[in-house]
Design a protein around this ligand. Sequence first.
Ligand code: FE2
Length: 168
Amino acid sequence: MFAETNFTRKAGRAESVTMLLRKVASNEIRTHYFYSILLRKHGALIESNPTFTHLLEEASKEDVSHYHAINECIFQKHGTLGFANPKDTIFGYSRQIKNSLVKLLKNLCLIEASSVQAYAELCALTLEYDYRIFDLSYRNMHENILHLELVNDALNLSALNEHLITET
Ligand SMILES: [Fe+2]
């Protein structure tokens, strides 16, 4: 079965899979970086809930693990890594984003949602075609759906905290 996706309207399946793998590799290293900043710079705002902090740490670890697994896939298919240097994908972020809890969380929401969409497209493209990429994409998609829920909860909590601060 070959499901047409946004990418496959313009490119063939193999090329689409490669583009999507590069996209998720870039997304995963960026979310890992943002979770690390979140825990390092804004821990005080979320440490009132230790379970929350633990889940954010787990999301950070899972995303860097996804990044390495996806890069290995790209390497096996093409003999090159997704990126020569992961820092290439994260240098563009301004201090303004890094210093703002809400901006960090909103960026995390956008990137996690983009990853979920890209993994869904990878699943559609590799079903009955490449079981290894399908399995990896399916597993990563579900973990990133949980990350997206977690970041949405964190965004609601930070909005609630801001509301309580302005109320008192
Ligand atoms: Fe994630």
